[in-house]
Design a protein around this ligand. Structure first.
Ligand SMILES: Nc1nc2c(ncn2[C@@H]2O[C@H](COP(=O)(O)OP(=O)(O)O)[C@@H](O)[C@H]2O)c(=O)[nH]1
Ligand SMILES: [Mg+2]
Length: 250
């Protein structure tokens, strides 16, 4: 089974080289057939040069360079359009995700799960330097999502997740241009009936560079996406129940 790893990067020169090297080392050590798709959104620092050097050294590293307008969601969608693997992992380029977690999650995909959701908030996970305000908003948002969708997964808003390729095909067309893609993909996968498991992962606050997530501007987009998929769930449930009700009447 081949694993594609999509890594979005925008002005990430201090982190992207190390992030990709660590993934390569982990995949090599674990003898996993892999490719890395680095999606650079027109970075104006040395990110493109670092990526070009990595790709020249390691043919498993492929680069997708996007033109404006930039956007985390658009970058992920473009990365997904280029995958050749049987499964895909979405991994950040700022060293916040742990490459060992990619392996742990991939083993769950190999076991047969359609999706693997990493959670930073269950027994066994380790979180370092999570900004307090972001943490509070995260916990509230995830409780809201859990209740709305009646699910146990408690870190849906985290981008770090793995999916079988068929899940990615089934959740199309994806709409999100920004960080709201982090909720669109897993919630659509759940609504469309794919299996998932949640396992503990580690997360480390960035040491260099700046965060591109503006919670204030994103809040409304997250809410819109969550409600949009929820509506789909309600309509789908209705569709599924309709024939059964009719059958009972007949
Ligand atoms: N290609 C691309 N990557 C992005 C964009 N915004 C953020 N990223 C990358 O996505 C990852 C997570 O972004 P980050 O700013 O750290 O978000 P945060 O961890 O939620 O604060 C990093 O690797 C960023 O370089 C974008 O518009 N385009
Ligand atoms: Mg980050």
């Amino acid at each position: 089974m081949k694993l594609s790893i999509v890594v979005p990067a925008h002005n990430e020169e201090e982190n992207i080289g190390q992030a990709i090297s660590e993934i390569i080392a982990e995949m090599t050590r674990e003898k996993i057939d892999y490719e890395i798709i680095a999606v650079d959104d027109n970075s104006v620092d040395s990110t493109p040069a670092v990526l070009a050097e990595m790709s020249a050294k390691c043919p498993n590293v492929k680069i997708v360079r996007r033109n404006p307008p930039k956007g985390f969601g658009s970058a992920i969608r473009e990365g997904l359009a280029h995958i050749n693997g049987d499964a895909v992992a979405i991994v950040m380029g700022d060293l916040s995700d742990d490459p060992a977690d990619v392996v742990r999650c991939f083993r769950k995909i190999e076991e047969g799960y359609d999706c693997v959701f990493g959670s930073r908030f269950i027994k066994g996970s380790k979180v370092r330097d999570y900004p307090l305000v972001k943490l509070l908003i995260n916990r509230l948002a995830n409780v809201f999502i859990k209740v709305l969708f009646l699910i146990k997964a408690n870190d849906i808003t985290n981008a770090f997740k793995l999916y079988k390729r068929e899940v990615i095909n089934a959740v199309q067309p994806l709409q999100s241009q920004y960080f709201n893609i982090t909720v669109e993909i897993p919630l659509k996968a759940i609504v469309r009936g794919f299996t998932y498991v949640q396992i503990p992962i580690n997360w480390y606050g960035r040491k260099s560079g700046v965060s591109k997530l503006g919670i204030k501007e994103m809040g409304r987009k997250y809410l819109f996406t969550v409600l949009h998929v929820w509506l789909e769930k309600i309509l789908l449930t209705d569709e599924i129940n309709k024939p059964a009700r009719k059958r009972r009447v007949a």
